[in-house]
Design a protein around this ligand. Structure first.
Ligand SMILES: NC(=O)c1ccc[n+]([C@@H]2O[C@H](COP(=O)([O-])OP(=O)(O)OC[C@H]3O[C@@H](n4cnc5c(N)ncnc54)[C@H](OP(=O)(O)O)[C@@H]3O)[C@@H](O)[C@H]2O)c1
Length: 362
């Protein structure tokens, strides 16, 4: 198979660094281009990330020597690669302008940013759940006037443990969902050792996170309306989310209580979780974990330290399913926030879109 040439815009950041690691030795993708702000442009990648390389594995020498490009040189970037991953810390309007600018240069953008997530013709994809939403790209291309370029996004890292757990149960019609998330510091692009306020402490507020955690699942569970060229958000379940930053390096944990229109039996839930094989596994996508959902019987699991790397950080680990005295059922779920929740999720989305022909070779 001819490999796709790919670039990372925002390559020096936390998500960008994860992407660098995942794209090393990827069977379908070759990392050809690294871009960031004008502050990093012109330097070697090794110089640009000196003192801020946050991964456990060492910086690959071949990547360290690559010159960082200025993301503002968009035409040059669009010439060099088949598609880009984008993970930048910029205000919403600037992110939107940057991403749509690349798309209009006929460059597909696989985005980690939130700016375009709620646009009705921008698919927000978890490949195991709503791969069919990619079909809305035809409408987005009409709006942007492109033949090849588009923007697709992945959802916020906070929702990527409880939305996968509930998706196999949707035909029991969940009505109300109460979720509390315990979110790792890497979700803020930071490390425990550099964040004194997090030592022996937690922070009960993450700006914007509860709103995203309540709304984004409804788009994931929404319906593709090809006539309208949009994703129509689901009306139910009603969601109440509380999001807390905790002194954990990686791995977002969620405690979930849920009520259904038709209350399932415990065995039904466990069977659905155990037997859920979805499109990425059937297609054999290189980053698809198999299984996607892992249920642990032990009372003290899942734990971030022990379970976040399940399925190379791409699986979701569940535990403690029990009846809830107020709602119907409760359980605990965990996902790796910078792998499944960010870089890994976007690599899997890119694999899906390549396999399904949305990203042709140039
Ligand atoms: N961390 C996570 O777990 C996580 C999870 C999901 C989504 N996200 C999202 O992913 C995005 C990046 O997050 P992060 O944690 O990786 O942030 P980060 O560590 O602060 O890195 C930000 C990146 O953006 C680049 N950048 C800043 N201004 C730019 C400009 N004008 N043009 C081009 N590049 C520019 C930076 O380049 P310089 O080094 O040159 O400044 C850097 O590469 C954000 O939208 C965030 O919400 C993060």
């Amino acid at each position: 198979m001819m490999k796709y040439k790919v670039g990372i815009v925002g390559a020096t950041g936390m998500v960008g660094q994860r992407l660098v690691g995942l794209l090393q030795d990827h069977p379908w993708f070759t990392l050809r281009l690294l871009a960031a702000s004008a502050r990093s442009a012109g330097r070697s990648y090794g110089e640009a990330v000196a003192g801020r390389w946050q991964m456990d594995s060492p910086l690959p020498p071949a990547v360290a020597q690559m010159e960082v490009q200025d993301a503002a040189m968009s035409a040059r970037i669009a010439d060099e690669v088949d598609f880009i991953f984008c993970a930048v810390s910029l205000p919403r309007e600037q992110t939107q302008a940057m991403e749509e600018g690349f798309a209009k240069l006929e460059l597909p953008v696989i985005s980690n940013n939130s700016a375009l997530r709620m646009r009705a013709d921008v698919p927000m994809i978890i490949p195991e759940i709503n791969a069919d939403h990619a079909r809305v790209l035809a409408a987005q291309r009409r709006r942007l006037g492109t033949a090849r370029g588009f923007v697709t996004v992945k959802p916020n890292c906070s929702i990527q443990s409880y939305v996968p757990a509930l998706s196999p149960l949707m035909d029991f019609e969940p009505q109300a969902l109460q979720v509390s998330t315990y979110q790792a510091v890497s979700g803020a692009g930071r490390r425990l050792m550099d964040w004194p306020q997090m030592q022996g402490n937690l922070i009960p507020f993450i700006p914007g996170e509860e709103e995203k955690s309540e709304r984004e699942p409804l788009k994931i569970w929404g319906r593709l309306d090809e006539g309208q060229g949009s994703i129509q958000e689901a009306a139910l379940p009603r969601i109440s989310a509380q999001c807390v930053r905790v002194p954990v390096s990686d791995g977002h944990l969620a405690t979930v209580s849920v009520s259904f229109r038709q209350k399932p039996q415990r065995e039904d839930i466990l069977a659905r979780w155990a037997n859920w094989r979805t499109l990425p596994q059937r297609l054999g996508l290189p980053s698809a974990p198999d299984p996607f959902l892992v249920y642990r019987e032990e009372d003290n699991r899942p734990q971030p330290l022990l379970d976040r790397d399940a399925g190379q950080g791409m699986a979701v680990v569940l535990g403690r399913l029990r009846e809830d005295p107020v709602m119907d059922w409760r359980f605990i779920s965990l996902s790796h926030n910078t792998l499944r929740g960010a870089a890994g999720g976007s690599v899997l989305t890119a694999e899906l879109l390549c396999k399904q022909g949305y990203i042709p070779h140039k």
